[in-house]
Design a protein around this ligand. Structure first.
Ligand SMILES: C[S@@+](CC[C@H](N)C(=O)[O-])C[C@H]1O[C@@H](n2cnc3c(N)ncnc32)[C@H](O)[C@@H]1O
Length: 287
């Protein structure tokens, strides 16, 4: 078995940006499914961060802007939402989607969440939905959100919880690594999908970044789709680390790995479709 060489944070972020540049349209195309999957979590995140009419909201790792549009609707014409993301291509979808929805109060800015080009103390609320776990140094990202918030401003992030509660992600990773001839990976390694899922870890990071009134709420977020194949289509068109792991295999071996993943994910098929269990952590705090 080969021991993988870990990239530097700069290399890691360059690779992340490239993957999301390529996955941008696939992620955007899956917006209806992602929207339904994360409906309850998104509403709770906006509530916990204090996104209200007239407020200024910072959306970090905004992607194609699904939650940006919800924030824009909540703050209304007297409010403002700045959507930021590392990938210009995915953020272009956020811009286009905001325009199509008629939200003139949305601005977009390409930015690394660990180095935000924003003034100190200029936002009432900060949100980050399924983004922070991709940061090689999430504590830097949290310190940046803290700096951007006005005193008393609220933050809420959404990340995946522990591997046992997110078995689809765990199955995908284990199967891909086995097909690629790589050893099992530490699920909590920085930058991975489950990297912030260790119980208590994200609360400690929030406190270390200077936030007070820190609290994490666990939320079940089952992903309901017609079949395991539909879930794999979603995984294949988003920038999951699975593509990277399978990247070195030839096309036939890659397809064999995808077939194996699909077979294993069929355990979540029910009489009325496919239901992949997921558990999310919503962490809120205040500057
Ligand atoms: C799973 S998508 C989530 C997008 C959106 N928040 C949503 O929930 O639909 C993850 C996003 O994180 C972004 N991202 C990853 N690392 C980042 C970083 N260091 N700074 C800013 N954005 C980052 C990616 O470009 C991608 O758009």
């Amino acid at each position: 078995m080969e021991t993988p060489v870990l990239p530097t944070p700069t290399e890691f972020k360059a690779a992340t940006r490239n993957q999301w540049e390529m996955a941008a349209s696939g992620w955007n195309d899956h917006t209806p499914q992602i929207r339904a999957w994360l409906r309850t979590a998104t509403d709770a995140m906006l509530e916990m961060a204090g996104v209200k009419p007239g407020t200024r909201v910072l959306d970090v790792a905004a992607g194609a802007g699904d939650q940006t549009l919800d924030a824009a609707a909540r703050v209304g014409p007297a409010g403002h939402v700045l959507a930021t993301d590392l990938s210009p291509a995915i953020l272009a979808f956020a811009r286009a989607n905001a325009e199509a929805a008629g939200h003139a109060n949305v601005e977009t800015r390409v930015a690394d969440g660990e180095e935000l080009p924003v003034e100190d103390a200029t936002f009432d609320a900060a949100i980050c939905r399924l983004g922070l776990m991709f940061f090689p140094d999430p504590s830097r990202g949290l310190r940046e959100m803290h700096r951007a918030l006005k005193p008393g401003g609220g933050v809420c992030t959404v990340v995946f919880s522990r591997p046992e509660a997110n078995p689809c992600v765990a199955i995908l990773m284990q199967t891909a690594l086995r097909h690629a001839g790589l050893p099992p990976a530490d699920p909590f390694r920085p930058g991975g999908l489950l990297s912030l899922g260790k119980p208590g870890a994200i609360d400690a990071l929030f406190r270390a970044a200077g936030f007070r009134d820190v609290a994490t709420t666990k939320m079940d977020a089952p992903f309901r789709l017609p079949s395991a194949r539909h879930y794999l289509d979603f995984v294949r068109s988003s920038a999951s680390p699975i593509q990277q792991i399978l990247g070195k295999l030839d096309a036939a071996a890659r397809e064999e790995a995808w077939r194996d993943m699909e077979a294993r994910l069929k355990v979540f098929e029910t009489a009325s479709g496919w239901e992949g269990p997921n558990e999310l952590l919503l962490t809120a705090g205040r500057r």
